[in-house]
Design a binder for this molecule. Structure first.
Ligand code: ATP
Ligand code: MG
Length: 256
């Protein structure tokens, strides 16, 4: 039986008085590729940011490999774990964003090496070897010594993905990684993600690329107003949506 990597129960997140996640339950098995779809403001980014501990949350639990992340229960209440502990847990997930967030004064290889040296305490030659391996995997072996400013958007995004994957995360989180790209550069990034999926990487990806979600996902989650409104096999869901909400969403989305 597949192993549960991520287990989210009753996740609640508020910004001030605004409740953005209203009780999200979700379990992810090893090797699953899950696309998260839903209209703007439905809470997709917030969900990923909670998993990666970039946001605090007010209720529910998130467990990774059976270990509760961010907080520890203390009787009826809970206490936030130490920053050191949270940093260790954060390294269990890799995240790539719409904005690539590469350091402009570092080469592609140096960007990938940084976390390996600083967080994983590797020697530079070891980190360099891993960086080169992953840059090769994303089709950028010839660009290892280029600076972000010398790379196209699609290439920069592939460096950002290589940087996250090089840390050997248990789970990869992608948040609209193709949204900032010119249309002709979208394909090369999706191709890299497809390759990772084929290798068995467990991932959660927020995407507006409905055709891609349809093609690569083992499961699709449709979020609406802070809850999971519908989920299932994309081959089924996109053709026979069960809820009116999803039917409406699909009508206005790029899937056809
Ligand atoms: N830092 C913040 N402070 C206050 N409200 C926020 C903050 N970040 C997000 N929100 C609100 O939380 C809700 C969910 O936002 P979120 O970014 O998770 O949506 P999303 O589904 O990712 O949307 P999109 O498709 O536009 O990226 C929105 O109503 C948003 O305005
Ligand atoms: Mg978002």
């Amino acid at each position: 039986m597949a192993k549960t990597i991520l287990d989210i129960q009753g996740l609640r997140k508020t910004y001030g008085i605004h409740e953005v996640l209203k009780g999200v339950d979700c379990a992810v098995q090893e090797g699953e590729v899950i696309s998260i779809i839903g209209s703007s403001g439905s809470g997709k980014t917030t969900l990923l940011r909670c998993i990666n501990m970039l946001e605090e949350f007010q209720g529910g639990t998130i467990s990774l490999d059976g270990e509760e992340i961010g907080y520890r229960a203390e009787g009826a209440t809970r206490r936030r774990k130490s920053e050191k502990e949270i940093a260790r847990q954060r390294a269990l997930t890799g995240m790539a964003f719409q904005q690539f967030n590469l350091f402009p004064h570092m080469s592609a290889a140096e960007n990938v090496m940084l976390g390996l040296v600083k967080v994983k305490k590797m020697t530079k030659p070891d980190a360099r070897a891993i960086a080169e391996k992953w840059l090769d995997r994303v089709g950028l072996s010839a660009r290892a010594n280029h600076y972000p400013g010398q790379l196209s958007g699609g290439q920069q995004q592939r460096v950002a993905i290589a940087r996250a994957i090089a840390m050997s995360p248990r789970l990869m989180l992608f948040d609209e990684v193709t949204s900032a790209l010119d249309p002709e550069l979208v394909g090369e990034v999706l191709q890299v993600i497809k390759g990772l999926a084929a290798d068995g990487m467990t991932m959660l990806l927020v995407t507006h690329e409905m055709r891609f979600a349809y093609d690569v996902s083992s499961r699709v989650i449709f979020m609406n107003q802070g809850v999971i409104c519908e989920e299932g096999d994309p081959k089924d869901m996109f053709v026979h949506p069960k809820t009116e909400r999803l039917a409406e969403f699909l009508k206005t989305s790029s899937f056809n």
